[in-house]
Design a protein around this ligand. Structure first.
Ligand SMILES: [Cu+2]
Length: 123
């Protein structure tokens, strides 16, 4: 009886370890590919007519996602059209881009041109 319990405990522990490893692997993968839902990396919130953070630094090839937390519609427009502009984002709507060429990208909201932000893409 005792040995049975011990074996069982060991099996549970092993299963837990396997599950934990799997989670870590999945999480690690998510961090490196930079895409997919639920990822908080490179997220810019639009709130109170501001981009937050106003300046973001990313690595080449990473995805940047804006989410509109205001009740007002906002857009993301690149100065010099370096990346495609968004449509007017409604509340909780998202817009993503992936930039590969290193450099500094300025953008603004075409509805409220005083709203500006900067993306710095590093190699
Ligand atoms: Cu706006």
């Amino acid at each position: 009886m005792i040995t049975f319990i011990r074996k069982n405990k060991r099996a549970i522990l092993l299963t837990a370890l396997v599950v934990l490893n799997f989670c870590l692997a999945a999480f690690g993968n998510d961090m490196t590919n930079g895409a997919g839902g639920g990822n908080t990396k490179n997220k810019i919130e639009i709130k109170d007519f501001m981009f937050s953070p106003p300046t973001i630094t990313v690595k080449s090839g990473e995805t940047i996602t804006w989410i509109n937390r205001d009740e007002e519609p906002h857009t993301i427009v690149s100065v010099g059209k370096k990346f495609p502009k968004s449509s007017a984002l409604d509340t909780d709507q998202e817009f993503s881009i992936t930039v590969s060429a290193p450099g500094t990208y300025e953008y603004f909201c075409s509805v409220h041109p005083k709203m500006t932000g900067i993306i710095v893409v590093e190699e």
